[in-house]
Design a protein around this ligand. Structure first.
Ligand code: ATP
Length: 537
């Protein structure tokens, strides 16, 4: 692919479902993170991690609890489950699959401007995706719903927006410099790189379709650190290695004292943040599911040690409620508790919220009891006291942390999978429709004048709507085709301005899901749409 090779291409649409290539950068073991120099000394008391931090969080085979009996949706026209439609992520994914073919969704996302490969004109860059005009609205709506629910509607959670790059010691204290790695193997024959813990479900790219990996000549597994590095400093000599954060939560811990004091919060309370995270994934795959740049919406809740179980349970329930409220079919959601051998050594409990993707059950959010590990480590590495004092009992303690960590991109992808339908309608026609919740849908209302001659009053209505929500204006093509275009991108309401509108002061509101049409007074139609949208979350 011209211009794409050296940058590990493979993000292009026709390639998304194929085996990712050998990382074009190097097949050699990556260098250990360079020590940042005397400015940043490692304390002698640095604790040893008993095992790989990353693997501790990764899904392996373990028992599952299902919110309700999971069954594939019957509404989408079942497309044959094509093994090429996505590679299995891990052995825990099982055989169950959402019936939608990923190719269908990926093609629609590109053609309608939801999501497409980054640097597409150069052949794409594997693991990086851009959001188009509809995608950015969808993502912003999801983030706004999360923020509303997690921060604004509560008195015990406050928000922050921290820098992407932190002091390198942050990532030493957190254990990421030493332990944030996946086991990697290379094949000497096909030159492809694999994650050693995900070999099951992989295919050799040179082998005929569906053949196993048995002929690959694999190297020993080596640890591959997933943090992306950058150099900070004006001159080459004075540069230090820093990291693009692999998760958004660490700055929450390092800002704990400042935020607690400035926001006058008392334990129990939480700090929330939405932002970019970066991981140099060995095998980015399944569209945006496993990317190298993605967004997380995380909340760290600090509580007394005696309350950790109680808060874990409360947050677990609240997070599942949130997913149901943003429109997921709850039959496609489940909890997956981590088995004891998956838990990080400091963790008391961890559960994933899984969604049934076309490539199996996979995590969209993690809920973790992280104990006092993070605050203790940052206290130790920074020398700053992160202990709190109970005003009544005068007890001094390090708070325990319950974390909720949602992947914004994965949740967007899951919402799109869940919403997409192909439905037969009157006259034997098939319509494609995204049944997104009105609160999450990128466009809330489309204004469709029946004729271009009605443009002036129709544009005035669009301007009115645009003051409080995202509206769209379309006067091209016949009205049926215009409805179909809006169905396909999930617009819940179409407002048709016709030749009677000037006389009766009404427009026709056509609802996406029922296709029912109602005459609504123009002066009340903005409130009508806004109320329906707000009621949806
Ligand atoms: P996985 O095991 O799938 O790699 P993880 O357990 O490492 O995920 P966490 O570190 O708990 O993930 O991150 C919290 C959330 O961030 C995940 O539930 C997921 O939604 C999102 N996330 C993690 N890695 C990626 C990625 N490479 N691409 C997109 N989203 C991601």
């Amino acid at each position: 692919m011209p211009g794409g090779g050296p940058l590990d291409s493979g993000g292009s649409l026709d390639e998304y479902s194929r085996a990712p290539r050998v990382c074009g950068v190097s097949s050699a073991r990556p260098k250990e993170a360079a020590h940042p120099g005397p400015l940043f000394r490692t304390p002698d008391s640095a604790l040893k991690f008993p095992f790989n931090l990353r693997r501790a969080l990764r899904g392996r085979v373990s028992p599952t609890t299902t919110m309700s009996t999971p069954k594939p949706t019957s509404t989408p026209k079942p497309t044959p489950s094509d093994p090429d439609s996505g590679e299995s992520e891990a052995s825990s994914a099982g055989d169950e699959r959402h019936p939608l073919a990923m190719e269908t969704l990926v093609a629609l996302c590109a053609s309608r401007g939801f999501i497409f490969p980054s640097s597409e004109v150069y052949g794409g860059i594997n693991g990086f995706w851009d959001y188009g005009p509809l995608g950015v609205e969808l993502k912003n709506n999801l983030k706004a719903a999360w923020w509303q629910r997690m921060v604004r509607q509560r008195t015990d959670v406050v928000g922050i927006d921290s820098a992407i790059v932190s002091h390198p010691r942050v990532w030493e204290a957190s254990g990421h410099v030493e332990h944030f790695s996946d086991p990697m193997v290379d094949c000497r024959t096909c030159k492809r790189r694999f994650r050693a813990d995900q070999l099951q479900g992989e295919r050799c790219p040179e082998a005929p379709k569906k053949r196993a990996l048995s002929d690959c000549d694999l190297t020993e597994a080596r640890d591959f650190n997933l943090m992306l590095q950058t150099q900070i400093g004006a001159s080459v000599e004075a540069q230090v290695t820093a990291y693009l954060r692999p998760e958004t939560c660490q700055p929450i811990f390092t800002n704990f004292k400042r935020v607690r004091e400035s926001a006058r919060q008392k334990v129990p309370f939480g700090i929330a943040q939405i932002g970019k995270a970066f991981r140099n994934e060995i095998t980015p795959r399944n569209f945006t599911f496993r990317s190298r740049e993605f967004e997380q919406a995380e909340m760290e809740f600090f509580c007394h040690p005696s309350q950790r179980e109680e808060w874990f349970e409360a947050w677990r329930e609240e997070r599942m409620r949130f997913h149901a409220d943003i429109g997921f079919d709850t039959a496609h959601l489940r909890f997956r508790p981590h088995a004891p051998d998956e838990l990080a050594h400091y963790a008391n409990a961890a559960e994933d919220v899984d969604f049934l993707f076309p490539f199996g059950w996979q995590e969209i959010e993690g809920i973790h009891d992280r104990g006092d590990w993070d605050l203790s480590r940052h206290s130790e590495y920074s020398g700053k006291d992160l202990i709190v004092t109970d005003e009544e009992t005068k007890e001094r303690y390090t708070p325990m942390v319950i974390e909720t960590s949602m992947g914004v991109d994965r949740t967007c992808l899951a919402l799109l999978v869940d919403a997409y339908r192909e439905e037969e309608i009157e006259g034997g026609e098939t319509r494609k429709v995204m049944r997104l919740s009105p609160g999450i849908a990128p466009i809330k209302a489309a204004v469709l004048p029946l004729s271009k001659k009605l443009g002036e009053p129709a544009r005035a209505l669009h301007a009115d709507l645009g003051r409080s929500l995202n509206a769209f204006y379309d006067d091209a093509g016949n009205i049926g085709r215009r409805y179909r275009r809006q169905d396909e991108v999930g617009t819940p309401f179409c407002l048709t301005y016709d030749f009677d509108s000037a006389d009766d002061g009404k427009v026709t509101v056509r609802e996406r899901d029922s296709m029912v049409q109602t005459r609504v007074p123009i002066e009340g139609v903005v409130a009508y749409v806004r109320d329906r949208v707000e009621a949806a979350i």
